[in-house]
Design a protein around this ligand. Structure first.
Ligand code: BGC
Length: 768
């Protein structure tokens, strides 16, 4: 664990320049707006350690797969989010020297991410090799109001010299991914232009032929007036810039306003994209930096009004939770159903920017509770639109008749993952997609979703499960062989309890959904059945499977077994491990991990979390007490599920310990990997730890129930939650809990079993 950043309730603050931590800071200070994202790379040239990252949502490259031993069914490629053309460059040449923080003495360095306003600021004093000093104060944001615009205000003051200085302001598509299987560059040039004051480069991705137009305009101002400058245009392959020569006068600040427009052919016709880029630049210039910023801040203000969590008495926890909410809100805005949430969001290349089960299992409840309904709905529609590809994916693996296997990793619906034990076997992800439909409908009450989209997806998934199980003559039960559960530290196991459970649950839920749609909208129902050739016989088979599924368990301990044979393992606790053996995935051979009892992330407990109403509290407790001590939490998705279950069981200290591991995971670089990017999807888990964990929020029969406690380290906490067109504010202190209906129709809620009906602006309270 590192302490790179100062604690503050609304800001992330880095003081002093530490090149060693630069990549961590680049991740943490990343900005985005759902449409584009930018790591906190410097505007100036930087020759030190850096991971350059500009990202455009939905734009990817299919990098040809590289594997040791090819297996039938592997995908040909891994879709990768691209390091896109850079729009941030403002480079200085001062008396033949580049302003490059790796080559200068750097003093008074400070970087601040203001989460309330989505503004990144950086200031420093740099002493160049010849002793010339400049003072810089740079600010930038990716506009949340106009999501194709990025803006920079770069103020530079020569401290001890006057001289003519060359400033290169550019857009650069000659960029590369760090993660490239064959070291290729993924962009080709389509067109470029550079005139005085404006540059546009249109580049296209190889193979996928996405076009991205990146343009910039700028103003250079001194003392409120436009500064006279001589400008030379620069054009080379995939690059356009302006070389501006200005006179620096000691003590006099020069401000460069750079406006960038980033447009993708996902949203603009290719033949018009450069022209549209110019129009967006015109708009940005006409609006001006201050107004663009004011509009951007207004969107953040609205967002925070919907979803803030306050924690009184613990600044580190306050900063941690806001950082998680901030990152999630700038990663996915729900504006576009073609987009999703990569595990690293817009903060790095790892995981290819692709969609995992993380979205359905972890992120969906966050967006349900913090944004208008369409945001979560669009996450579901994304999978609906990929149904045909999921059926194709099933077919590739030998499944028939419309059986859908959703990919483990995808951008466009095709499977990208190519480790057989995950691609072919980690099929529980299919269940999470079904569960998300259930979760969305029960939270929003939008049953219509089943008619329009949901049922068809459920049928495809159920068809897969029905073919994936087989009847065991020996057990006289259905079994599921050769799977990998959520715990990826076990592969190719038989009867993973969680997978068997979620498969059975899906079959049952799909049958209920069939009945619902049949009754609600018979004509839509019939149309669907005819289109996908569904017969009731299938549902009969599903019923038989549901009633006769095998679930491994140990009756003497009263627990479910993670899979057949789990008890043959040498059972140990994480506390028995030597510190130098951790993390296991970096210190142990893979076969040793597989043979050990140690668990990467919630597995049986994931099932008890999803389906808690189906188990009594003692069952949850016995399983938690058995599995948690063996869990190493080497997936960032793990601690939050444990925190929620611990809270439910009254293990308050454990709940808090697990919460801390998730809340400041990236801020404190807990897993030593923040430099690759932030753990965006697990951030939703942090939010869940507060809402479902500490506040004990549950939905029962369409009404919200709260069963809160307060960690003893906190004085009070409060949060806002969106629920069925209302905003509700809940506050918990050491002695009482209170609820305010901020907006919307009257709402009945339950505090520790007591029900209250709230009108708009009404507050109710109850002792804790
Ligand atoms: C976890 C998976 C998760 C993936 C992406 C892996 O380490 O085991 O459950 O989907 O990371 O976050």
């Amino acid at each position: 664990m590192k302490e790179c950043f100062k604690h503050h309730p609304w800001q992330i603050i880095e003081e002093g320049f530490n090149p060693h931590y630069n990549k961590i800071a680049e991740s943490v200070f990343s900005l985005g707006n759902g449409r584009m994202g930018q790591r906190a790379n410097f505007e100036e040239a930087y020759s030190g350690e850096t991971l350059q990252g500009s990202y455009v949502a939905g734009v990817y490259y299919p990098d040809k797969t590289r594997v040791g031993w090819w297996k039938n069914g592997y995908p040909e490629y891994f879709a990768k989010v691209l390091n896109a053309p850079s729009w941030i460059g403002i480079k200085f040449n001062i008396a033949g020297q580049s302003l490059d923080l790796a080559q200068c003495r750097v003093d008074e360095f400070k970087r601040i991410l203001d989460m309330q306003t989505g503004l990144l600021s950086r200031s420093f004093k740099a002493t160049l090799p010849d002793g010339k000093q400049v003072h810089v104060h740079a600010q930038r944001f990716c506009s949340m109001a106009k999501d194709e615009i990025g803006a920079i205000r770069y103020a530079i003051t020569p401290v001890n010299f006057s001289d003519s200085v060359t400033i290169t302001i550019d857009v650069d598509a000659d960029v590369q991914n760090m993660d490239s299987n064959y070291d290729e560059k993924f962009w080709d040039e389509v067109s470029k232009s550079a005139v005085e004051g404006e540059c546009i480069v249109t580049a296209q991705t190889k193979k996928t032929f996405f076009h991205v137009a990146t343009g910039m305009r700028y103003r250079i101002v001194q003392g409120g007036d436009e500064l006279k400058a001589s400008v030379k245009t620069l054009l080379r392959e995939k690059y356009a810039g302006n070389e501006v020569t200005v006179n620096f006068t000691a003590g006099k600040e020069i401000v460069i306003y750079k406006y960038a427009a980033v447009l993708s052919s996902e949203n603009h016709p290719k033949e018009k994209i450069a022209e549209h880029c110019r129009q967006v630049l015109d708009d940005a210039m006409a609006t001006g930096y201050d107004q663009l910023y004011a509009d951007h801040v207004k969107v953040w203000e609205h967002k925070w009004n919907e979803c803030d969590i306050t924690i009184d008495g613990d600044v580190a926890a306050q900063q941690g939770i806001r950082f998680n909410i901030f990152q999630l809100s700038q990663t996915y805005t729900g504006e576009d159903e073609r987009l999703n949430i990569g595990p690293k969001g817009f903060t790095g290349e790892k995981y290819g920017g692709s969609t995992y089960w993380d979205t359905e299992a972890y992120c969906l409840p966050f967006y349900l509770g913090t944004a208008e309904q369409k945001v979560a709905r669009n996450l579901l529609v994304y999978r609906y639109k990929h149904l045909a590809k999921a059926i194709e994916n099933g077919k590739k693996l030998g499944f028939t008749d419309g059986a859908a296997l959703y990919p483990m990793v995808t951008i466009n619906g095709e499977e990208c993952h190519n480790e057989w034990e995950i691609t072919f076997e980690e099929i529980h992800r299919n269940g999470a997609i079904a569960y998300a439909i259930y979760d969305y409908i029960r939270y929003t009450g939008d049953q219509e979703y089943l008619v329009e989209y949901g049922l068809e997806v459920l049928i495809g998934i159920s068809r897969f499960w029905a073919q994936r199980v087989n009847w065991s003559d020996d057990k006289k039960k259905y079994v599921m062989l050769g799977v990998t559960g959520p715990n990826e530290y076990e592969n190719n196991v038989n009867n993973n309890w969680y997978t068997n459970y979620i498969a059975t649950w899906t079959l049952q839920y799909t049958r209920e959904a069939l009945d619902y749609v049949r009754g609600k909208n018979p004509s839509a129902f019939q149309l669907l059945l005819d289109r996908i050739q569904f017969s009731d016989k299938e549902a009969q088979v599903w019923k038989h499977i549901t009633e006769n599924m095998y679930f491994p368990q140990d009756s003497s301990r009263g627990i479910f077994l993670q899979q057949d044979g789990f008890l043959d393992k040498q059972l140990m606790k994480v506390t028995d491990l030597r510190p130098e053996d951790r993390p296991l995935n970096q210190k142990w051979s893979w076969d040793r991990i597989l043979r050990s009892c140690f668990i990467k992330q919630a597995d049986v407990l994931q099932g008890l979390y999803f389906f808690e109403d189906q188990f009594d509290i003692d069952t949850v407790k016995r399983n938690f007490d058995f599995y948690e001590p063996m869990t190493v939490h080497e997936s960032s998705l793990s601690p939050c599920v444990h925190s929620i279950l611990a809270a439910k069981l009254g293990y308050e200290e454990k709940a808090y310990e697990m919460y801390l591991r998730t809340a400041r995971l990236d801020l404190d670089d807990y897993n030593n990997d923040t430099e690759d990017g932030c753990h965006i999807t697990s951030m939703a888990g942090t939010w869940l730890s507060v809402i479902k964990g500490f506040a004990g929020m549950r939905l029962k029969n369409g009404e919200l129930h709260f069963n809160p406690f307060i960690p003893r380290q906190w004085k009070s906490y409060s949060f806002r939650i969106e629920f069925r067109q209302r905003v509700l504010k809940i506050k918990v202190t050491g002695s009482r809990m209170e609820a305010l209906l901020v907006s919307g129709e009257p709402l009945t809620i339950h505090f520790k079993g007591t029900s209250h009906t709230l009108n708009e602006n009404q507050v109710i309270e109850q002792p804790l």
